[in-house]
Design a binder for this molecule. Structure first.
Ligand SMILES: [Ca+2]
Length: 513
């Protein structure tokens, strides 16, 4: 690095990430795919059968391919992690059943961006929701009531038929027979082209979740396969690959339908929500170590980032990235500095320039009621798994990336292995209490909620600072100094409705009655 870039690069980084006036506020397109681990994705180890993905490979050529991204083992907890920046044991979204409901008390990424950008950004969630409102008496407003401005998609974890399903658009459900991957793309194209301000689009394809099937012929390269259930069950892999290819085809159509100047100002993130499922995962991942498991086949997922502000063409990045890190990263990309919040550490600086990631350790968990339940932690080299049934596993992922050689029992570990074991096996105890750093970030409580004429603010770590109250459009309604640990804020001049209060880096939602 020469003298000039040494001086200019930090300056540029500061301007880019702290002052949105200097950066044209980029649009953000977050593409989430379902049940696709690293195996079938081009340019990832292992070298198993690959889907044909020219549009993703073009993203790889222009951007960064991440090698150490960890999701949760199943869908809903992964989505909750991204949407809140918190691990599942804090939000209680730990499995993928209808009970995996995200409380509306949580501040979602969409709400946070709406507020932190003062309403500059519009937002949408298109495709799979799977975080509440399903069950016997479905609540089709649940996504919108969770802070999503525009919702168009499916409420639950999947559909029984990709050509026949209930599509919900902003609270209205209608049976739809358009091929679902194409339909979600159409909704995204329409919504993006309707925006006249910076936008954040969360596009969650339901492919390649079961049921495995053959997509329309023009969307894939797997040929004219038989479509009866027996043929699919006997040889499921090409159907899985065809479904992945249909996503890539539709991604290409989406990019082609965003005006070039708009696309140039868009950050595009492609990420898998959990590992490949048992029916189609290939060796060296054993079948019982795919989706649902804490092994690498369940949680090691592909991520590629390209577009506006991504200055590292055709590079690979081995920083440890946890799904919760999406939250602060997305917020930083919209121009608000947020290096860390909850369990979320921003990797936005890595998009602009090479550097060290923020993490030396990461965590994942699942609680689906089976023998695979438990948690896992890893650092750059080692991985520890703690099963709820008491079982423990400990691997060196550099020497043994497919976890074939359990280094335990403890008595057989060498000194280096033992130090790592002690650190990782304590990881849950380290993160489960509120950390000191987090106390600074989650510095206050509010009550009652809903509130009447007064809102009471209780500071946990008192220091003199300002509070700000915004309405749902992001308009500042009130500000003042917090001078005591217990502050009473008069809100009798606010109309009834939903508001946000911000103190320091933390935002909470409340309702004025
Ligand atoms: Ca999934």
């Amino acid at each position: 690095m020469n003298f000039l870039t040494k001086i200019l690069l930090p300056l540029f980084t500061i301007l880019f990430f702290t002052n949105s006036i200097f950066a044209q506020q980029p649009n953000i397109l977050l593409i989430i795919v379902d049940d696709i681990g690293v195996g079938p994705i081009p340019n990832y180890e292992p070298n198993s059968t690959k889907a044909n993905m020219p549009h993703l490979e073009a993203m790889m050529d222009e951007g960064i391919t991440f090698d150490n991204v960890w999701s949760n083992p199943v869908c809903a907890p992964s989505r909750a992690n991204m949407l809140t920046g918190k691990h599942g044991f804090r939000t209680n979204v730990l499995n993928a059943t209808d009970l995996a409901t995200l409380s509306q008390d949580e501040t979602t990424l969409h709400e946070y961006i709406e507020q932190s950008s003062n309403g500059t950004y519009s937002n949408s969630l298109i495709g799979k929701w799977h975080l509440g409102g399903t069950g016997m008496n479905p609540d089709y407003d649940y996504p919108n009531d969770s802070g999503i401005e525009y919702f168009g998609g499916i409420m639950g974890g999947g559909v029984s038929d990709y050509n026949d399903y209930d599509l919900v658009i902003n609270g209205q459900a209608n049976t739809t027979t358009d091929y679902i991957t194409t339909k979600f793309t159409d909704l995204a194209i329409d919504w993006i082209n309707d925006q006249n301000q910076p936008w954040f689009c969360w596009l969650a394809y339901n492919a390649a979740h079961t049921p495995l099937h053959l997509p329309p012929t023009n969307l894939h390269t797997q040929g004219n396969l038989p479509t009866d259930a027996t043929s699919i069950a006997n040889n499921p892999l090409p159907y899985f690959l065809a479904m992945i290819e249909s996503i890539d085809f539709e991604m290409g159509r989406l990019f082609d339908n965003i005006p070039p100047s708009e696309l140039e100002n868009t950050v595009i993130i492609f990420v898998g929500d959990n590992g490949t499922s048992q029916a189609v995962i290939e060796l060296p991942f054993p079948a019982n170590r795919g989706k649902g498991s804490l092994y690498q086949g369940g949680v090691h997922v592909p991520m590629v980032v390209s577009g506006a502000g991504v200055n590292r063409a055709n590079e690979r990045e081995d920083a440890l990235i946890s799904f919760s890190d999406m939250f602060s990263t997305m917020v930083e990309l919209t121009g608000t500095p947020l290096s860390q919040i909850h369990d979320s550490y921003s990797f936005a600086p890595l998009l602009a320039a090479q550097g060290d990631g923020q993490r030396d350790c990461m965590y994942t968990e699942v609680s689906s009621g089976g023998n695979s339940d438990g948690w896992a932690a890893r650092d750059e080299t080692y991985k520890y798994i703690k099963l709820d049934n008491g079982g423990q596993r400990f691997y060196n992922l550099i020497d043994d990336p497919y976890e074939t050689d359990n280094l335990l029992p403890v008595g057989t570990l060498n000194a280096t292995d033992l130090a790592a074991y002690e650190k990782l096996s304590n990881h849950f105890d380290v993160i489960s209490p509120v950390s000191d750093l987090e106390k600074e970030m989650i510095g206050f409580k509010i009550f009652p909620n809903p509130a009447g004429d007064n809102l009471f603010l209780e500071m946990e770590n008192f220091e003199k600072q300002y509070f700000y109250i915004f309405d749902i459009s992001g308009k500042e309604m009130k500000r003042g100094e917090v001078t005591f640990e217990n502050e009473t804020i008069s809100i009798n001049d606010l109309n009834a409705g939903m508001y946000f209060i911000q103190v320091g880096g933390e935002v909470k939602k409340f309702v004025k009655e």
